[in-house]
Design a protein around this ligand. Sequence first.
Ligand code: MGD
Ligand code: MGD
Ligand code: MO
Length: 746
Amino acid sequence: MSDQPKKSKAAGGVPAIIATVKTLSEETGLVRGVRTLLKVNQAGGVDCPGCAWPEPDQKRSHFEFCENGAKHIADEATTKRVTPEFFQKWSVAELLEQSDQWLGAQGRLTHPMLLRRGATHYEPVSWDDAFELLAAELNSLNYPDQAIFYTSGRTSNEAAFLYQLFVRQFGTNNLPDCSNMCHESSGSALSETIGVGKGTVTLEDFNKADAIFVIGQNPGTNHPRMLAALEHAKRNGCKLVHINPLPEVGMTRFKHPQHVLGLLGSGTALADLFLQVRINGDVPLLKGIMKAVMAREGALDRDFIAQFTTGFDEFASALRDVSWTEIVEQSGVSKEKIEQAAQIFVESERTIFCWAMGLTQHHNAVSNIQEIVNLMLLRGQIGKPGAGLCPVRGHSNVQGDRTVGIWERPTAAFLDKLGAEFNFNPPRNHGFDTVRAIQAMHDGQGKVFFALGGNFLSATPDTEFTTAALRRCRLTAHVSTKLNRSHLITGDRALILPCLGRTEIDMQATGAQLVTTENSMGVVQISRGSLAPASTELLSEPQIVARLARATLEHRTTVDWEDLARDYDKIRDAIERVLPGFDDYNTRVRQPGGFYLPNAARNRVFNTTSGKAQFTIHELPEHNLRPDQLLMMTIRSHDQFNTSVYSANDRYRGISNGRRVVFLNEEDIAAVGLRARQVVDLVSHFEGEERIARQFVIVPYDIPRRCAATYFPEANVLVPVRSVAAKSNTPASKSVVISIRPATED
Ligand SMILES: Nc1nc2c(c(=O)[nH]1)N[C@H]1C(S)=C(S)[C@@H](COP(=O)(O)OP(=O)(O)OC[C@H]3O[C@@H](n4cnc5c(=O)[nH]c(N)nc54)[C@H](O)[C@@H]3O)O[C@H]1N2
Ligand SMILES: Nc1nc2c(c(=O)[nH]1)N[C@H]1C(S)=C(S)[C@@H](COP(=O)(O)OP(=O)(O)OC[C@H]3O[C@@H](n4cnc5c(=O)[nH]c(N)nc54)[C@H](O)[C@@H]3O)O[C@H]1N2
Ligand SMILES: [Mo]
């Protein structure tokens, strides 16, 4: 224990408040900062650009934000600027030497910039010339599928809908998005088993639940407002179970920042039971819980199983064949603890299961989630108040983007409606997802890469492979708010197209516009910025898409792009005509709190192939680690938003001034003959290939044997592009096989 870092005792509380005020005052000047924050997540205000956790339908506290939401807002509302002079001073090669943190800290992008073929520096370019250049490159392709159009999940419904319309009028379904690396596994798992690719609970259900399981998720850092919902549930007598390789601080101790004055105690111990599962030990663990549940008299909801499900008998018989020895050995959790979890599950009439990246980024990620579905079906815990499935989404509008058509595998029904509304024939072939897009660029099939937000290079796996892929493109173009590494690893030519952020006033010819987003629980709501734009040159995302579409498609298009981009109400009218559930979109979204999209599974209507909820059978995962190998997960620190790194600290885990760290169990450190704080190289192993990440510092930590943790994106070089989840094709960035060597210079 002695060598382990000193962790923070409680998440939230006074240190969180101090950190909030500090971040905001440093970045934006205190007055502008607080004014922005007071509008965050208020009805009609700005939707926090951080996570997708919902706001209460009624009774919003005046502070519906969190320490980390404040950092994300400050990151966007900063008063620092990246101007043409900045690019004149710094060559691309010099910028590449800088850290992600440094790049992000330079401020907001102010002007469209062009990197010419062979040039060392970006130079300013007019918007018209930028669109002309893009149009010329796109129109010179042999066929539309040579272009790739990526989206990150901050894009509004309006921008996303226009974007997919443009891309499909251009002639391709190559619409990879960050979701492919995020909750795609949840979507695949749930569509197959319950007929809807989304969760089935609302925030109100959290107030009614008797038990909430949080598995493979670190809400204290990534969804801090969720802790308030958990604390509230707990006060109502709800039991909380936390399943994670790490004892994440938010789940073990939490102080509600809004109760700051009453905060002299040590905070609430949120989790009643903590199961310290091994990395990727969840399938065996869930099978264990199900075995224990099945063994308890009267535990099954036989009526529900008979009326609403199919496949139970085969499922039950396969489960009987799995032994407790395998379960305990592979999950790393004792039978006694598994029995305790089963007891909580059986005693609860209303249970919610929450999960995030700890389950979705493994080879068998879809199995992980389908085992949760199996467990919940056993007791009819889907489609009733206080119970259900809750994949906790990441980016604030990643769910909405998918709803309005950002998908490389669109349904025929959607394409039919889109084609009918805009009088064209959308392409029917499925397009590239993120991993296939990287491979296509690498082998020369993808030639133009366009990104609406995000940081493709740093977010994707196999950094060196992806670098080579992007460098083979003729043109790479990014619509962005902040400078990032994807602007520096470019095709023959590159464009940076700076856009408005969500906190800013979006003024168009018909007046100030609002945009809409869909949160993790299917609520569509307004977001309206209130700050003056970071530069007068910025365009809104819908404007950028509309002008790109006009320049590229000219008179080949059936869409009045200018009309849509000058009045977003008209975009919403079109969405309403194309998609179910958006009736009276413009009216209903303006009501306080917005509106819920319909969700059949919530009403026990299961639109699967059989018309019933499906039990499924899954094998135990196999790892076959060599004695010197470990299974590594890549996770987020408390001071980053995905690839935007705010500082090198991770307060809740006791880390300061370093991100190139590898968390290891003390016994493993000794077993491989290394010591705490030693500098090492990490080597990943996949199908005979090795990848190396150099100069990581060993941190002894409370983590199961044979497991390791590093930070994303520093460790992405180790994640092989071909190492993906079955069905969802999501990179298995939480199941990386590594070995560790004393550091060498390269
Ligand atoms: N502040 C902040 N907020 C964010 C983000 C951010 O970067 N910063 N990112 C946003 C986005 S896009 C997303 S998707 C979400 C991500 O939210 P999370 O999914 O919470 O993010 P990760 O840090 O990837 O954490 C995964 C958690 O799963 C655990 N875990 C890893 N492997 C396993 C496993 O095999 N089994 C189990 N049971 N647990 C495992 C890890 O220990 C960790 O606690 O957060 C969103 N919100
Ligand atoms: N190894 C590993 N890899 C991972 C993960 C992991 O856990 N481990 N997690 C994966 C997950 S869950 C996700 S979601 C992806 C994230 O992948 P991305 O969404 O591609 O990455 P972000 O870091 O969120 O993107 C940050 C950039 O978005 C731009 N930006 C910010 N706001 C706006 C805006 O309003 N408009 C526009 N146009 N641009 C904006 C800024 O320029 C900023 O630099 O990474 C994935 N990669
Ligand atoms: Mo995500």
